[in-house]
Design a protein around this ligand. Sequence first.
Ligand code: PXP
Length: 237
Amino acid sequence: MPELMVNIDHVATLRQARGTYFPDPVYAAGIAEMAGASGIIVHLREDRRHIKDRDLRMLREVVRTKLNLEMAATDEMVGIATEVLPDMITLVPEKREELTTEGGLDVASLRERLIKVVKKVKEKGIKVSMFVDPEEKQIKASKDMGADMIEIHTGRYCDAITDVEREEEFKKVVKAAKMGKELALGVNAGHGLHYHNVRRIALIDEIDELSIGHSIIARAIFVGLDRAIRDMLQLIR
Ligand code: PXP
């Protein structure tokens, strides 16, 4: 049974919609931990559209479970990560114009840069995960580059329109999870998971952690964050 890591970016999205100081993602982290989340995730984007540097610093002080910083493999972000010291980072591709992370990292083609980033971050005792599509080439490259974990991109499974397509994408996630474990990598999964599609993914034995954000924060508007997280935990368990 995987652990639930809650991404709280969209608490900050709501705050930024008005440029106020509320709702504060730091409060969300406390509530998420009390509701049973095993960790807190934030993506500090280059354009700071939701999570700000101040949030990350305060979350480092407050989070007692595990803090996972999603970030692009840039010098700026490596500087921040090695100063703030999250428990782990997840390297993701990042484009300014995208609404959300669109695809997995092309680990194989970013070899030189990623090797440097992994080395610098791991020297500080921070674990490294790579967000990848469920493809053999990407998983093997993540291992070669010294990653501790992979996060399998579940977006295509979640977005599939037909049953046939969904089944194909599901099989790819299962295969990728097994391959990750065979290579002695930690295996996480996420993107696009919600209350109606999470169960099958949660049943994959090889998956250690699920990273879920938007659907939980969206439900929290109606039922509160505590309940939204407990509902998700119940489905996963
Ligand atoms: N994993 C990664 C790497 C992401 O970039 C995101 C979105 O920030 C998530 C998981 C969570 O996705 P969602 O918000 O769709 O649950």
